[in-house]
Design a protein around this ligand. Sequence first.
Ligand code: SF4
Length: 238
Amino acid sequence: MPRPEATVPPGVPSAGRPAGTTADDLVIAGLAPLSTCDWPDRLTATLFLQGCPWRCGYCHNHAICDPRAPGQVAWSGVRALLAGRRGLLDGVVFSGGEPTRQRALADAMREVRAAGFGVGLHTGGAYPRRLAELLPLVDWVGLDVKAPPARYDAVTGTAHSARPALESLRLVLDSGVDVQVRTTVDPTVLDDADVAGLRRLLADLGVRDHVLQEVRTVGVRPEYALALADVASGRDGT
Ligand code: SF4
């Protein structure tokens, strides 16, 4: 169940509010109306929000990274879905892309909570200040921590990505919000010592729930698939 929080009724007029900040402004690339795997032990609807500032090699959905791409799902459709799923869904997970990139996210979360659903968030922590504003609206976070600091930019393809990610981790841990930290191990960048170092770092920082995930090969760019094949053949000695 969602934690108690002051609510805003659905359909609050957008007049007088800055552009891009109401739930109806959310740019949604896709919707999974029923998911069992996006929030542990919860049945959710999961929204995939458009845009991401990072360029991980293993990203299996490049189309979702472009912040200029138009949405494919209207918030009004999400609202209608939730109205018909009361008592059937535990919550809504906002995923991406990088969902905290969009300023409309807070309003959408408030609306979801007001409708009686829990709020889950998948984030890589690229925008810690926005995350700090969102955490009071969130019941559970799936936080990607992609690498030990020295290897972060090599995984994200983006300069200076470790600092916001680790700042976000600290914010989440300090908030007390339920969190699972996830690391998709990029074998083209990280070796076993990197992964062991990251696990030690996370344990030292107080992370209690950390899961390692394998990269998926489906949907990745051809050059990354080749790099993966090179790593695999090196390990096989072929
Ligand atoms: S953070 Fe996620 S959405 Fe963004 S590039 Fe990396 S894998 Fe893709």
